[in-house]
Structure formats: structure tokens, C-alpha cells
Design a protein around this ligand. Structure first.
Ligand code: FAD
Length: 316
């Protein structure tokens, strides 16, 4: 079933979450171990992230360094198929522009269709870790809107082969939104303009970047509605789990912690204390969002479900 149908068919706030493929060489059991404890909350869909290649350097016998591209977390599509097979829950693979030519994108979508996966979250993707800016594949897409256009074209039977009408695909497309603005955008107005472009191109719902201040989400939704974005906007919530997150999350995701939260975190002496603050904050945020009637709350588990389970116990 499509995400948009889950959202429109339900009067209550739905529960969903996102997982990461395991590091290469780890079994899929680690994924199931993260999903099992959350099944009691009846997730309607589970997202699986996509991780592009990274460059590593290997020292050869002659002392020279060889640059090698590897993908440390492959398996997005296989995990989606396994989730649908094992749990009978819809899986949403993330599909990115980075590293893909248009033809590779088309072929990836054909694989998804053959597997019965009819949902995708269409993203540009981040830059390669060792590069400061995003560089598209020479035959690929520079922005998520171009990827969404390609999927929408396939949904109309138009593949990249010129002038040939083929069987239509039937993908429900989601896209990303940023309550605190995407870090590359000049300002919120510009970012919202491009977000509207993604919805006009065929995105049927938006999932937000994580945020810790609900007010930012409410203002973002209001601003979206004011420029004519009418699709459901799903808030993304990340429980803070350890001392590293205090510096990593604001730096990597370009988001702010509200004063109350940062004051509580500053008092924490160890990871256990941070985790507890993260759970309490997550419960507070989720209860307020649910009371406001959001369509779904989407949790970033980073494949560790313990905090999300504690939050969901109080909210769903
Ligand atoms: P875009 O919508 O293309 O926007 C990128 C920037 O370009 C923005 O600043 C935007 O304002 C601007 N822009 C957009 N369109 C245009 C245009 N036509 N002309 C000029 N400027 C434009 N990354 C991964 O690698 N794998 C994942 O699985 C993944 N999952 C994610 C899930 C969610 C819910 C979110 C919020 C993010 C996720 N990301 C993931 C991160 C995401 O790929 C990055 O945030 C990336 O930098 C932007 O992706 P986007 O799809 O929002 O890009």
C-alpha cells in the first residue's frame, strides 16, 4: 500500500520509523533485532536509508596510496524486500541522485517495481564524505526535483528511451523538507520555493529533517501552506542518545537545540543520562505533535530502537 493512502485513510497519528542498512559484512538479523521491539506499535511503513560510496586510501607495497570507492552500507533494496516479506509492512527505500546516472535510476526503479515496492523517498543525497560539495553523476540528476520528475515520467509510461511509451509504474513519491532550512539554501523563502517545485513535480508527501523545537515545525507547516503546499508533512523525530550527539547533530544536520534541552543536556555526565534526557524530550515533542493532529510521527532510529520504544510506549 502507498504511504499516501496510509496517511489519508487514518484519522489518528501514525507511527513510522527509519533504519540504516548494517555495515557491510553484518547480517540482516541486526536489522530485524532493531525492528522487532517496535512492531507492537503497528508501524504502517518503515524507511530504509541509502548510503552512497565513500573513498578510502589503501597503502600499496611501493608506498603509494590507492584511492578506492566503497559502499559501507549496501543493501537498501534487499532490506526493503526482506521487511515486506517478514513483517508484511510497507517499506520505503530512499533513492538518491548522487552516484546514479538516469539509466541506473530507471533500472533501480524497475527492480523496485518487480519486487512490489511502490513507495520511494526521492532525495538528492549528501556529498561524498571527503568532498565539500555535492557533485552529480555526469549523466544523473543535480537536484531531487529532477529525480522526482523522472519517477513521475515513469508513472506516465515515459522512460528515458525517446518517444517510446511503455508500461506505467505506480510509485508514491515522498520528499524531504527542512523546518530549519536546508543548509545550502540562501534563505527559507528560497528553500520553500524549491520544496514547492518538488511537490509540483509529483511528491505526494514531505518528511522533515529532525528538529527539537516543535515551534519550528509548526511555523514550517504554516509557511508551506501559505505558498500552496497542501500535501501531508510528516515530522521527523530523533531521540538524542549519547554525549557525541550533542555536538554531532547540530554540526552535521545544521539544526539548533532549544535552550531548555541544551540546559538539560549540559547537566549530563554520561551517555545514560543523555539517553534519558533524549527519551523525555522525545516524549514531550511527540505528545505535543500528536495533540496537534500531525498525520504521522517518523522516528530516526539509526537502527537502535531502545529510545524510540520508550517514547512510543508513552505516545502510541
Ligand atoms: P534538494 O531538494 O535537491 O535540495 C538541495 C538544495 O538545493 C537545497 O538547498 C534546495 O533549496 C536547493 N535546490 C533544490 N532544487 C533546486 C533547483 N532546482 N535549483 C537550485 N537549487 C535547488 N541522504 C542520503 O544520502 N541518503 C538517505 O537515505 C537520506 N535520507 C534522508 C531522509 C530525510 C527525511 C531527510 C530530510 C534527508 C535525508 N538525506 C539522505 C539527506 C539529504 O540527501 C540531504 O539533506 C541533501 O543535502 C539534500 O537532499 P534533498 O533531497 O532535500 O535535496
Amino acid at each position: 500500500m502507498k504511504v499516501i493512502d496510509h496517511l489519508t485513510n487514518s484519522k489518528d497519528t501514525l507511527f513510522s520509523f527509519e533504519i540504516l542498512p548494517p555495515l557491510k559484512g553484518k547480517s540482516i538479523q541486526s536489522i530485524f533485532d532493531g525492528i522487532d521491539p517496535l512492531m507492537e506499535f503497528n508501524p504502517k511503513f518503515i524507511n530504509v536509508t541509502y548510503h552512497r560510496e565513500e573513498y578510502i586510501y589503501i597503502e600499496r607495497e611501493n608506498g603509494l596510496l590507492e584511492k578506492i570507492a566503497i559502499r559501507k552500507r549496501p543493501g537498501t533494496v534487499g532490506i526493503c524486500a526482506a521487511i515486506m516479506n517478514k513483517y508484511n509492512v510497507d517499506a520505503v527505500p530512499h533513492l538518491i541522485c548522487g552516484g546514479f546516472s538516469k539509466e541506473e535510476t530507471e533500472n533501480a526503479l524497475i527492480d523496485l517495481q518487480f519486487l512490489g515496492i511502490d513507495n520511494v523517498l526521492a532525495l538528492r543525497g549528501d556529498s561524498i564524505k571527503t568532498e565539500s560539495t555535492f557533485r552529480p553523476h555526469k549523466d544523473g540528476h543535480a537536484y531531487a526535483v529532477d529525480l522526482i520528475n523522472q519517477i513521475s515520467e515513469m508513472n506516465s509510461g515515459n522512460y528515458i528511451v525517446d518517444d517510446v511509451q511503455l508500461e506505467q509504474t505506480d510509485f508514491c513519491i515522498g520528499t524531504a523538507g527542512y523546518p530549519e532550512k536546508h543548509f545550502e539554501s540562501m534563505n527559507m523563502t528560497t528553500d520553500l520555493h524549491y520544496l514547492k517545485g518538488k511537490v509540483d513535480a509529483g511528491a505526494e508527501y514531505i518528511v522533515t529533517q529532525m528538529f527539537f523545537d516543535n515551534q519550528k515545525y509548526f511555523e514550517f507547516v504554516k509557511a508551506c501552506r501559505e505558498i500552496g503546499i497542501t500535501v501531508p508533512i510528516i515530522p521527523g523525530i530523533k531521540p538524542i542518545k549519547n554525549l557525541n550527539h550533542i555536538t554531532f547533530l547540530p554540526k552535521f544536520f545544521k539544526i539548533d537545540f532549544p535552550d531548555d534541552l541544551s540546559r538539560a543536556l549540559l547537566k549530563c555526565k554520561d551517555n545514560k543520562a543523555v539517553e534519558q534526557v533524549g527519551i523525555e524530550w522525545g516524549i514531550k515533542q511527540s505528545q505535543e505533535l500528536k495533540a496537534a493532529g500531525v498525520p504521522c510521527i517518523h522516528y530516526y532510529t539509526m537502527s537502535n530502537s531502545t529510545s524510540v520504544k520508550s517514547i512510543a510506549n508513552e505516545v502510541f
